[in-house]
Design a protein around this ligand. Structure first.
Ligand code: TUI
Length: 308
């Protein structure tokens, strides 16, 4: 399937992997790229050296294009932005902020820039500053989220900009992919389904929580301080939401979640860890390889879109 995104990135299928903190490392990125999508290394809060190392390891596993996600709230964002240029990365997504200050450097280096946006206003601004595409991410997504749903956000962003739009949030199969195309998107970004993939290095306990998740199993913590994060419900979220309701101070809440994503991903602590996942976790029923996931989504979507 050809769209402006497959042309822009030189990939076979318009499927982009989310740049998930701790999860989007070299094995996953290489597997998604090998499957014909665009795999990404998630910069998260890692240092420039760690990101550089991940990029190099991914390149040992695949000759296909890989991208990097820059988490703009990271204290290391400036150096990671630089590493992208130094390592010859050709595609970047950004999250949790406004990447304006890096745009000129990336554009001059021939990097395709695809900021994640959660509003029409930011999408328009990104287009004005030279973005090649935008990822319109609805609040069904896991992790740090905006307030608008994918169904409402995507068509409004499509109408507001001329650059191609990638839909994110709530997509995990061919039906979600086809629906995103109907809304005017030219690719999808998928996170949760890849967290539970065979190549994902996430602890088996975390994958099992995704696979066993029901439709209503995610919660949003941190709304009161303007940092809403979607995770699967557990002991930590119950405690967090109770404290949040009682008006706990930001520092107290921060203390509760300190290192909690690492706990979930590395240690498999499903009681106290941050099990970041989108609402679509309820649809993920099996651990499959990235290649199986991409092929299954594409064949289901192509049948629905009557391309065959
Ligand atoms: O960034 C994400 N998802 C993430 S980042 C993350 S790691 C993290 N850890 C602790 C605290 C915060 C983050 C986990 N999940 N998705 C992309 C995304 N970007 N969603 C929403 C936004 C966004 C929101 C507001 C982007 C820009 C924005 O406004 C910027 C502005 O200046 O107007």
């Amino acid at each position: 399937m050809k769209t402006r995104i497959t042309e822009l990135l030189g990939i076979e299928y318009p499927i982009i992997q989310g740049g998930m903190a701790w999860v989007a490392e070299h094995n996953l990125a290489a597997a998604v790229s090998e499957a014909g999508g665009l795999g990404l290394i998630g910069g998260a809060s890692a240092t420039a050296d760690v990101v550089r190392n991940e990029i190099r390891k991914a390149k040992e596993l695949t000759d296909k294009p890989i991208g990097v996600n820059v988490m703009l709230m990271s204290p290391h964002a400036d150096e990671v932005a630089q590493v992208i240029v130094e390592e010859g990365i050709k595609a970047v997504t950004t999250g949790a902020g406004n990447p304006e200050k890096y745009m000129e450097m990336w554009k001059n280096a021939g990097v395709k820039v695809m900021p994640v946006v959660a509003s029409v206003a930011l999408a328009k601004r990104m287009e004005k500053y030279g973005a090649d595409a935008v990822v319109a991410e609805g609040c069904e997504s896991g992790g740090h989220i905006g307030s608008q749903t994918t169904m409402c956000l995507v068509p409004q962003v499509v109408d507001a900009v001329d650059i191609p739009v990638i839909a994110a949030g709530g997509v995990a199969d061919g039906r979600g992919f086809a629906a995103a195309m109907m809304l005017g998107a030219e690719a999808v970004q998928i996170g949760t389904r890849f967290v539970a993939s065979k190549e994902s290095i996430v602890h088996e306990n975390y994958k099992e929580r995704i696979i066993k998740a029901k439709d209503i199993d995610s919660e949003v913590t941190g709304r009161s301080y303007g940092h809403p994060i979607r995770v699967l419900r557990n002991k930590m979220t119950r405690e967090y939401l109770r404290m949040e309701k009682e008006g706990a101070a930001f520092e107290e809440l921060e203390h509760l979640t300190l290192g909690s994503l690492r706990k979930a991903v590395v240690e498999g602590d499903v009681m106290n860890g941050s099990l970041m996942a989108g609402q679509i976790a309820g649809l993920v029923k099996e651990e499959k390889s990235c290649d199986e996931i991409v092929k299954e989504i594409m064949s289901q979507a192509e049948a629905l879109l009557r391309l065959k």
